[in-house]
Design a protein around this ligand. Sequence first.
Ligand code: O7E
Length: 213
Amino acid sequence: MQKKNRMILALDVTSHDEAIRVVAAVKDYVDAIKINWPLILAAGPEIITELSRVKDVICDMKISDIPNTNRLIVEQAMKRGASAVICHGFAGEDSVRACVDASKGQVFVLTEMSHPGGKQFTAPVADKIAVIARSAGARGIVAPATRPERIAELRKIIGSMEIISPGVGAQGGKASDAIRAGADYIIVGRAIYEAQDPRDAAKKLAAEARNEI
Ligand code: O7E
């Protein structure tokens, strides 16, 4: 993933053709595409391979199982062309390590979730999860753009590992705040793919993210 636009597209659309249309419109303004269950279930896992021909694909299955099952999931995603995967940290360090091993380090570990409910269970343990991500050898963490002060705190724990940050736009976070707090990339979904002009929306958000280096 080339750090050019500092933005990752969250492609949570539920049709193959819509996914391809959105990607064609915004590909110049995003550095990677994150796909989650809605698109994988709607379009089939072949969509990973198809999109990987256009951009780096991050498979966001929020993997959170025992180590052996995690390994099997990650192997399938990587085999189909994923550049990285996202796992939860609450299943424990051995489960995170299984993802790290199966992806050769290309894992982002989810720490504190961006939605209001993220404060209930993920926030109190987010610092510990960041420590696990670091000691397991993950590539980076996921931290909330809706609480930029938490991005800054988590940055102190993980040092130079990467931070990717969802919650910009539809969830109320601001691209420039997240980048200024220490995020390497923002993750944006609805504010782009539900916009009247997705290309223009992506262009503006990428400009905001880039200008806050
Ligand atoms: O709100 P949107 O439409 O911009 O979409 C945000 C995307 O980020 C969506 O795919 C959602 O599943 C994801 N996300 C969060 O919104 N909050 C989190 O705490 C974590 C994620 C996530 O993607 O985790 C892995 C990056």
